[in-house]
Design a protein around this ligand. Structure first.
Ligand SMILES: Cc1cc2nc3c(=O)[nH]c(=O)nc-3n(C[C@H](O)[C@H](O)[C@H](O)COP(=O)(O)OP(=O)(O)OC[C@H]3O[C@@H](n4cnc5c(N)ncnc54)[C@H](O)[C@@H]3O)c2cc1C
Length: 410
């Protein structure tokens, strides 16, 4: 097997990986970006709706337009598409990849992991009934419609009101599919408010809050599903069960960080993504990570910003300018559903990205029992809250030995 030598290896050519590769390359590091798909862009490629890039480019772009901007920033970066990264050695930044260029060993000084996230399937809901054709994860349906020009069915129901579910409800409606509604188990929608308005309200698509799918029907092809309201504990109320005829069920019930190939790197127990410090550095010091492989992010601008930071840090590590630093674990207190990073490097600036566990009109985000606090208005679990910490604040939290984050109604 031939060995290819670089300073920084970036795995995954979505927004996070492209931004990481552009920054590492910009730092003068010999950088290789490896993407298993046939083109760069990751999930952006199939997101043909606008809503990307308002922060990074101060323009509202579609997903492919945003991806094209990042591709244009890759001057000087070596890019391999159609090449899948199989594994990285636990002891050193040496990796094996296979694909259209054959089997290759890559010897690097630092690695940036940016492999995104995958969708949770229907199995995650434990719904009884058969598994006929016509049940799709929403991202796959999006790919079929937007890239391959294929319709998944004629009469559809969407389960899960996260952004992917909302966007696909509108997409199917615009393609002439009869969309019976979007079913959401929680009493509030899972996606951004702007998407609820622009994807459902504007097209008269019903949003069924506090509802779930309790049974799937059909032999060969889906014939319909049984829906029921749920009580405050999330348990279905049998007296409310009703059959809805549909030949298509889109499942959009969350994303799971993709972290295959590096089993030795610790995961964050709350997100399932890679555990990283505020430098985006994993426990193995030559490994950095950014984007949805840490936790599913709501905005691509944040993902690209994290990618750029991880790429710069990896290039500095490769130049031996970044030695490992002790980090203080960040605890997840009440009111916090997801949190990135997992630990803070004292005396360095850091940004915490968190999701609240429920909507709140006004909240107090407290870190370290109030050593640091911020008031946040209009908290929604779908929207990540960014809390920027100064070097003095990370130092104070480290001295107190307490960096637990809480979201408290205010
Ligand atoms: C349907 C949908 C709508 C969205 N709408 C918006 C919006 O309107 N506005 C907005 O700002 N954000 C939006 N987002 C969020 C944003 O687009 C994503 O968070 C972001 O693009 C994720 O980037 P990523 O690089 O982390 O992951 P991905 O885009 O998933 O990229 C990961 C890449 O890694 C590759 N890969 C994985 N494993 C390997 C391997 N072993 N070897 C080589 N390559 C590998 C994959 O093929 C993929 O290309 C949306 C997301 C979705 C899914």
């Amino acid at each position: 097997m031939r060995t290819h030598r670089v300073d920084v290896l970036v795995v995954g050519g979505g927004a996070a990986g492209m931004a990481a590769a552009a920054s590492a390359g910009g730092e003068g590091a010999r950088t290789l970006l490896v993407e298993e798909g046939s083109r760069l862009g990751g999930v952006l490629d199939q997101c043909i709706h606008p809503g990307f890039g308002l922060h990074r480019y101060r323009e509202e772009l579609t997903g492919p337009e945003f991806a094209a901007r990042l591709v244009a920033e890759l001057a000087g970066v070596e890019v391999w598409t159609g090449q899948s990264l199989l594994e990285v050695e636990p002891e050193r930044p040496r990796a094996r990849a296979v694909g259209t260029a054959g089997a290759v060993e890559i010897a690097a000084q630092a690695v940036v992991w940016a492999t995104g996230a995958r969708e949770r399937p229907l199995g995650a809901l434990r719904v009884p009934g058969a598994r006929p054709a016509g049940i799709f994860v929403a991202g796959l349906a999006q790919r079929l419609v937007n890239i391959h020009g294929l319709l998944p069915g004629r009469r559809a129901l969407v389960v899960g009101s996260g952004d992917i579910g909302l966007i696909m409800a509108r997409r199917l409606h615009l393609e002439g599919v009869e969309v019976m509604g979007v079913v959401e188990i929680r009493p509030y929608p899972g996606g951004l408010l702007r998407n609820v308005i622009q994807c459902l309200d504007d097209f008269g698509i019903p949003l069924l809050l506090s509802h779930t799918v309790v049974e799937v029907h059909g032999r060969g092809r889906l014939s319909g599903v049984t829906l029921a309201e749920v009580d405050e504990t999330g348990a279905p109320r049998p007296d409310t069960a009703r059959f809805v005829a549909a030949d298509t069920l889109l499942v959009s019930v969350g994303l799971v960080p993709e972290v295959e190939g590096i089993p030795f790197a610790p995961r964050d127990p709350t997100t399932g993504g890679l555990a990283v410090t505020s430098r985006l550095q994993a426990a193995v010091p030559w490994l950095f990570a950014a984007g949805n492989c840490l936790a599913p992010f709501d905005l691509v601008d944040t993902v690209a910003a994290l990618g750029a930071r991880a790429g710069t840090a990896a290039a500095r590590y490769a130049r031996r300018e970044l030695s490992p630093a002790p980090a203080v674990a960040i605890g997840r207190g009440p009111g916090v559903a997801a949190l990135v990073p997992s630990s803070l490097v004292p005396g360095e600036e850091a940004t915490l990205y968190l999701r609240a566990s429920r909507p709140l009109a006004r909240a107090w985000v407290a870190v370290g029992a109030g050593i640091v606090g911020r008031t946040v208005h209009g908290v929604r679990p779908a929207e990540m809250i960014g809390v920027r910490l100064s070097p003095e604040e990370t130092e104070a939290l480290a001295r107190a030995g307490n960096a637990t984050v809480e979201v408290i109604p205010a």
